[in-house]
Design a protein around this ligand. Structure first.
Ligand code: BES
Ligand code: ZN
Ligand code: ZN
Length: 481
């Protein structure tokens, strides 16, 4: 139910229809219960109708909520996602296996709330929560509902890969899981490149990280050909795929280190976005690149002060082995330039400093292209998985190129100051494309309770924004560059 400007309650049209079906009993019961439900608050009624043994009513907040200019998102959609997630979880707690969901005037947002809100990583527990299948109540808007299900399942795939323990999702397991998800699409090719291929590509920075681990590295390469013209310039996605980041010789503190199983969140979100684009049959070409390895301390690991050579010939002084993500990405970004891309977008859980800067409110976007920025930003307003533009100033470049032994250092010379920005400046050294964006997703990697329609755990953000962005690009055809 909505809250009208005068504070009175108003049922949605589906709520209204249900109330008529039960001869006004729903409305009568709700008014007996006291003042109208506040946003996200819920009441549950049993035995109102034989086909609907339990009915959860949830507050949707203000009627006519739309784009909120302060918050940079569509508040109406966010309210629906939240309310539907809360209602579905209530039904799940009652162990009812099927829930019909009120589309609340926006079936896509409602489906996203249902499918995201019910998701939980249950894989390895013997006692599992009951499975609840959300379905659209009524037959109108079924296309939008289905679209929402696909978007949310995409994000849930990224959540699944991020949440899974690092001994389950190793580089090869990650690649095989994605390959299996893409198997049914005839317009998708997946290449699982082994270490020998990575060596012939002269990806010395990536290999220097990988060699510290007993687990072999993989370079995953996905080609989705959705455009009518298979020669159309692709969108290239690149994702950091560190399946476990111990820090290496610059070892991380042990407290909270387990969260570094999600350090492949960049690879998980971009690959899930491509799986989703294929499911939606988006009319554009997308290439996905994911360098996958572990960052471990060992007798073969990088040592602070070591110098390695990236694919483009640049030498890198590894001053801190925990700044490993940028080493993988340096080589993957060089490789990304082989495809005459419309745009190169990389995602990475790159820096703790990004979390310090923005927390979990938004992904930090560092880009050399205002055209690209506008598309990402507009996509994020719709999805509610927000982005915020960050600087790529020469100021930061100087702090990584002032390096004693090599062309560039893998940390800024003022150590922690502007850590997310010096990391982005480092990546920029490996980019010549004029439409490139780096998304630092370290701050949005996990959810405590900030996003009400996601349970606690790895968040899979910003998969839906990447999908929406790709969908917009597919409409924007080729002239807008
Ligand atoms: N994977 C981490 C960044 C990270 C931290 C992601 C917390 C998610 C949550 C990254 O590889 C890293 O360790 N970065 C260092 C860089 C530093 C050594 C310059 C960091 O942020 O401390
Ligand atoms: Zn690290
Ligand atoms: Zn890392």
């Amino acid at each position: 139910m909505f809250e009208k400007d005068d504070g009175a309650a108003q049922l949605t049209s589906a709520g209204d229809a249900f109330d008529r079906l039960v001869s006004g009993k729903l409305r009568a019961l709700l008014s007996l219960c006291g003042p109208p439900l506040k946003k996200g608050k819920t009441r549950i009624f049993h035995g109102l109708h034989q086909d609907f043994p339990s009915v959860a009513v949830v507050g949707l907040g203000k009627k006519n909520a739309g784009i909120n200019e302060q918050e940079n998102w569509n508040e109406g959609k966010e309210n629906i996602r939240t309310a539907v997630a809360v209602g579905c979880r209530q039904i799940q707690d009652l162990e009812i296996p099927c829930v019909e969901v009120d589309p609340c005037g926006d079936a896509q947002a409602a489906a996203e709330g249902a499918v995201l809100g019910l998701h939980e990583y249950n894989e390895l527990k013997q006692k599992k929560k009951p499975v609840v299948t959300p379905q659209l109540h009524g037959s109108a808007e079924s296309e939008a509902w289905q679209k929402g299900v696909i978007y949310a399942e995409g994000q849930n795939l990224a959540r699944y890969l991020m949440e899974a323990p690092a001994n389950y999702i190793t580089p090869i397991k990650f690649a095989e899981h994605i390959e299996q998800k893409l198997r049914s699409f005839s317009n998708v090719k997946v290449h699982i490149r082994q270490e020998s291929w990575i060596t012939t590509q002269e990806m010395g920075a990536f290999l220097s990280v990988a060699k510290g681990s007993a687990e072999p590295p993989i370079f995953l390469e996905i080609h989705y050909l959705g455009s009518a013209n298979t020669d159309d310039s692709p969108l290239v996605f690149v994702g950091k795929g560190v399946t476990f980041d111990s820090g290496g010789i610059s070892l991380k503190p042990s407290s909270g280190m387990d969260a570094m199983r999600a350090d492949m969140g960049g690879a998980a979100t971009v690959c899930s976005a491509i799986v989703t684009a294929a499911a939606l049959n988006l009319p554009l070409n997308i290439i996905g690149l994911a360098p996958l390895c572990e960052n471990m301390p060992s007798g073969k690991a990088n040592k602070p002060g070591d110098v390695v050579r990236a694919k483009n010939g640049k030498t890198i002084q590894v001053d801190n082995t925990d700044a490993e993500g940028r080493l993988l990405l340096a080589d993957a970004l060089c490789y990304a330039h082989n495809f005459n891309a419309r745009a190169i977008v990389n995602a990475a859980t790159l820096t703790g400093a990004m979390d310090v800067a923005l927390g979990s409110a938004a992904t930090g976007v560092f880009t050399n292209s205002s055209w690209l920025w506008t598309h990402l930003y507009e996509a994020s307003i719709l999805t509610g998985d927000r982005v915020w533009r960050m600087p790529l100033f020469e100021h930061y470049t100087k702090q990584v190129t002032d390096c004693p032994l090599a062309d560039v250092s893998n940390i800024g010379k003022y150590s922690r100051a502007g850590g997310a920005c010096t990391a982005a400046a480092f990546l920029k050294e490996f980019v010549t494309a004029s439409h490139w964006a780096h998304l630092d997703i370290a701050g949005v990697m996990s959810n405590k309770d900030e996003v009400p329609y996601l349970r606690k755990g790895m968040a899979g953000r910003p998969t839906r924004t990447l999908v929406e962005f790709a969908a917009r690009l597919s409409q924007d055809s080729h002239n807008a560059k």
